[in-house]
Design a protein around this ligand. Structure first.
Ligand SMILES: [Zn+2]
Length: 68
């Protein structure tokens, strides 16, 4: 699985609650969200904060750093 250094999206190790595929973390102009790589369901970021993995953490660090 490729890890995207592009800060607009990253693949995480968090499994989709519906189909168990990995979730992507993505950002749009104003906010970040999670999207399944399998069933394409979109989830809010908040739902997965308790399960945050390294990819997600790094992505969010980059997201907030870009705003400063
Ligand atoms: Zn899914």
């Amino acid at each position: 699985m490729a890890f995207f250094s592009n800060s607009r999206e990253a693949i995480t190790t968090i499994a989709c609650p519906k189909c168990q595929k990995f979730l992507f973390i993505k950002r749009t102009c104003h906010e970040a969200h999670m999207q399944c790589s399998g069933c394409k369901t979109v989830f809010t970021l908040q739902e997965f904060i308790p399960q945050m993995d390294e990819a997600m953490e790094k992505f969010l660090e980059g997201l907030y750093a870009n705003r400063i």
